[in-house]
Design a protein around this ligand. Structure first.
Ligand code: PMP
Length: 412
């Protein structure tokens, strides 16, 4: 019998890697969410920490500090727990609450810095990392991140492809860019013609046009073009985008159709890979990665029964009988017609997570009637809707006056 874990180990870090490569709907998908701590990031976490130990940058009793949108924080927290280091995760608010909880479960301290994008957390982690007794791996900058993907993950995928089959394309979202660049380098070594496609959310096309906005493909497009991507941009053939709504819809389909419970970036990766296959039929072997597990998004997408799933478009919210209403005098004080940012700040002050896109009215409806303001975009993780009277929005009448809608939930 050939077993993946044929011998007994005393260390969970031995279970990193050797995940399946599946061929689904014409795409090769590396199932990295099966790694310990639930994401691809376990690879670089272990690699960077052991490298720092070897180079004398990290010593017993030290604290590891890192900026993250969550998965690297989870992975480093797990590695720190196993190796006995203190861990300080610096991350923005407004990301899935499970990622915060998972880091804490591994014994890490979580320091919130900024909202949704990682820029402020990055600056803070860098600053803390310069203090004596602290080590910051700097995942967005470090060539060790690229190296791990080139030396370990890339060759692992190559070894799993059918005999005689070389990759024609690699399609991946850009968080740090480490996976795309490192795995891409490994692929180029066996097929110099392999095409590398970077993907970003269509709401936040930072690489393509400098746009920084909110989206729901957590783990990519963190608010800046990372140093790794800047240094290696010439390796990338094309940048494409996938919308948040499409990514989440595809994420749900992957669970129902293929039994793969993964996060939104996996949905976006699958869609992007399929679009590349359709656009370039000559690219036969298209590879992507499913990066993190769906369990990290339970509260955002999976706590409602399917027949109460949130509608895909913002305006159809107003037709739902189960509207979430935040009934608080504080919100009622906000001026009708005020910008979505005012609403966002009011909500944030009360501890509600929201992802208001600053660009009014691109994705945020401010009702002409001035009686109802919706905060955030269609894919709000936690419904954040403020109703102050019977209104119609975008021509869609509510099925009953807002003031009679029961206060079903004020999710936090
Ligand atoms: N998807 C998810 C869920 C992630 O957490 C990350 C890493 N932040 C990525 C995709 C992108 O990986 P990379 O950082 O290597 O670009």
């Amino acid at each position: 019998m050939t077993l993946r874990f044929g011998t007994v180990s005393n260390n969970i870090l031995d279970a990193i890697g050797d995940t399946p490569l599946l061929h689904l709907d014409g795409i090769y998908a590396k199932i990295e969410f099966l790694n310990p701590s639930g994401s691809i990031k376990t690879h670089i976490a272990k690699y960077m920490i052991e490298r720092a130990e070897r180079e004398g940058l990290l010593k017993p009793g030290d604290t590891i500090v890192e900026a993250t949108s969550g998965n690297t924080g989870n992975a480093l927290s797990m590695v720190a727990a196993v190796k006995g280091y203190r861990m300080l995760v610096v991350m923005p608010e407004g990301l899935s609450s499970e990622r915060v909880a998972i880091s804490r479960a591994f014994g890490a301290e979580v320091l919130f810095c900024g909202n949704f994008h990682v820029n402020e957390a990055l600056a803070r982690a860098k600053q803390l990392g310069e203090q004596p007794g602290y080590f910051c791996p700097s995942q967005f900058e470090s060539e060790w991140n690229v190296e791990e993907n080139r030396e370990i993950l890339g060759p692992e995928i190559l070894a799993q492809l059918p005999a005689g089959c070389v990759p024609d394309a690699l399609v991946l979202g850009v968080g740090t860019g480490g996976t795309l660049i490192g795995v891409g380098q490994a692929f180029r070594a066996v097929n110099p013609q392999v095409r590398l496609f970077a993907m970003e959310p269509s709401e936040s096309c930072t690489i393509l046009c400098g746009e920084i906005a909110s989206h729901t493909i957590e783990g990519i497009s963190d608010g800046f073009v990372p140093g790794i991507f800047q240094r290696h941009a010439s390796l990338v053939n094309e940048v494409l985008s996938v919308s948040s709504v499409d990514a989440v819809t595809e994420m749900k389909r992957l669970a129902r159709r293929h039994g793969l419970f993964c996060g939104p970036s996996s949905g976006a990766h699958m869609l992007a890979a399929q679009r590349i296959r359709a656009k370039f039929p000559e690219l036969k072997t298209v590879v992507t990665v499913f990066c993190d597990e769906g369990e990290k998004y339970l509260h955002e997408y999976f706590m409602l029964p399917a027949n109460m799933a949130r509608p895909a478009s913002a305006s159809s919210w107003f037709q739902m009988p189960w509207l979430y209403v935040i009934a608080s005098p504080q919100y009622a004080m906000a001026k009708p017609g005020s910008s979505c940012c005012a609403w966002r700040n009011a909500l944030a002050a009360s501890g509600y997570s929201n992802r208001c896109n600053n660009k009014v009215p691109r994705r945020n409806a401010v009702c002409a009637a001035g009686e109802c303001v919706e905060v955030g975009n269609e894919m709000l993780p936690r419904p954040a809707m403020v109703c102050m009277g019977a209104v119609s929005c975008a021509g869609v009448p509510m099925d009953r006056p807002a003031h009679s809608i029961p206060k079903i939930s004020t999710t936090r």
